[in-house]
Design a protein around this ligand. Structure first.
Ligand SMILES: Cc1cc2nc3c(=O)[nH]c(=O)nc-3n(C[C@H](O)[C@H](O)[C@H](O)COP(=O)(O)OP(=O)(O)OC[C@H]3O[C@@H](n4cnc5c(N)ncnc54)[C@H](O)[C@@H]3O)c2cc1C
Length: 429
């Protein structure tokens, strides 16, 4: 573990997914000394890079909300236990604005309509409803809205991305789309089969110039070019501008299947900006236990490699995710919270976890299992009291939400992180 890390801080954040990152950002922006402990295996590296706020509610009706704020109001009324209902519109709005501002300062610009959701073309040829999209994807949103004639390209050998499929599926909603397949580059063996390697290769001006040279003769009247989201691991906006300059038309990135380069960019930009603001990130560290005294958490035992150490803080934010992140674990009969064995809201019997049909549009009761929290985002026990005075829970580990079907993943992670950090600050006085 880093020698220079402070061993006693205001806040320890456990988890390095979007919720843990957001909690660390809000803590640092509020001047709190903060340690974040987390490994990087989480849902974020699978995420498209777009930030959803609320797209669908009620899920059984698949009702889409172009105005996410009206959707959040309705959801809060219909499902008063959804974490959004604990926050209120103003807090959610502040959280999203502050988070997007932080990303802008970290060198990653996000775009969206002032009040509305955006409709983002995906590689499957579907249209994703989302709130804020990386700058490099924005021309795809406006191009789809205006139905500009566009060329979609993909690369020979690339897995899970077919420009042709995208055009065939989306063509009826976006006439004037064409597809072409290109050889990516012959310079690095295997590069055309790995999103991250392609992104690295595009750091080279020579490779970008080759790519522009291959696309130019195919334009044939296209006013927009869509390419898989591999435009560099870091300077994607500059690289998109470079291609646009060479082609004379806007270029947009299309989210790929995992592993997602925009997800990697997001994580790296946040980590770098947090380090430069003095946050202690114990990357690759794992919280193995939490020391408690009566109703307070007093220390977190952190393992990094063979090394173990106890870190102390006034407050702890649990942002450990669900089953994929490892915050929840399901045995044959019960779902448990993995670190403190906190009470998990879940169906009473295993048979009630799932509905009979796997693809039931309502989802499954197990999707809404998780930690119930009080109005300060502290996990509660069976008596409804907070389990610990200074323990807060945020993100997808929370109960009464189904981020995947509601299209509210990032909004939930960011706004609950904001709520928990505000609660910590107010409680401390
Ligand atoms: C395929 C896919 C696509 C997605 N697309 C989108 C999208 O387009 N838009 C959107 O808004 N959202 C999207 N999401 C959802 C979004 O990524 C999640 O909602 C969000 O990542 C949840 O964040 P989280 O931090 O709560 O959980 P996670 O991302 O799971 O993070 C939890 C973290 O905690 C760590 N952890 C667990 N236990 C410990 C411990 N004991 N000690 C230390 N660390 C620990 C885990 O390793 C992990 O890094 C997508 C998710 C997936 C899987």
């Amino acid at each position: 573990m880093a020698e220079n890390i402070e061993k006693k801080v205001d806040l320890i954040v456990i988890g390095a997914g979007l919720a843990g990152m957001a909690a660390t950002i809000f803590a640092v922006e509020n001047g709190l000394t903060t340690i974040q402990v987390g490994s990087s295996v989480g849902e974020m590296l699978f995420a498209s890079g777009a930030l959803d706020l609320l797209g669908i509610h009620p899920v059984e009706q698949q009702k889409e909300w172009l105005d996410p704020w009206a959707g959040v109001s309705t959801l809060s009324r219909d499902c008063p236990k959804h974490p959004y209902a604990l926050l209120g519109l103003e807090s959610i709005r502040r959280a999203m604005d502050q988070f997007v501002d932080f990303l802008e300062n970290a060198g990653l610009s996000y775009r969206g309509w002032p009040e509305g959701n955006a409709l983002l073309p995906t590689c499957a040829g579907t249209i994703k409803i989302t709130y804020r999209v990386p700058q490099t994807m924005w021309p795809g949103v406006t191009g789809f809205k205006q139905k500009l004639p566009a060329l979609i390209v993909d690369f020979q050998g690339m897995k899970d991305f077919s420009a042709r499929q995208m055009v065939e599926t989306l063509g009826s909603r976006w006439p004037g789309l064409r597809s072409r397949r290109l050889d990516f580059t012959r310079q690095v063996p295997g590069v055309d089969r790995d999103n991250a390697l392609m992104a690295e290769a595009l750091n080279s001006q020579e490779v970008r110039t080759d790519l522009a040279g291959a696309i130019r003769p195919l334009l044939q009247g296209a006013e927009l070019v869509g390419i898989p989201a591999v435009l560099g691991l870091r300077e994607s906006e500059a690289f998109a501008a470079d291609l646009e300059g060479q082609l004379g038309v806007p270029v947009f990135e299309i989210p790929t299947m995992p592993p997602s380069v925009p997800g990697i960019r997001l994580k790296e930009a946040m980590e770098q900006a947090l380090r430069s603001r003095g946050a202690n990130l114990v990357a690759g560290g794992r919280a193995v236990s939490v020391n408690t005294e009566r109703r307070c958490c007093v220390g977190v035992v952190v393992q990094q490699g063979a090394y173990q150490e106890t870190l102390e803080a006034e407050g702890i934010v649990l942002a450990t995710g669900r089953f994929l992140g490892g915050g929840l674990d399901a045995s044959r009969t019960v779902i448990r919270e993995t670190l403190l064995d906190l009470q998990v809201h879940q169906p009473e019997r295993r048979e009630a976890w799932h509905r009979p049909h796997f693809l039931d549009p309502r989802g499954h009761p197990v999707n809404r299992a998780g930690l119930e929290v009080d109005e300060l985002f502290r996990p509660v026990g069976s008596d409804g009291r907070s389990a610990f005075e200074n323990l807060f829970a945020v993100g997808s580990v929370l109960a009464h939400q189904d981020w995947m079907r509601m299209k509210c993943g990032a909004g939930l992670a960011i706004s609950t992180a904001y709520g928990a950090v505000q609660s910590f600050i107010h409680r401390r006085g």
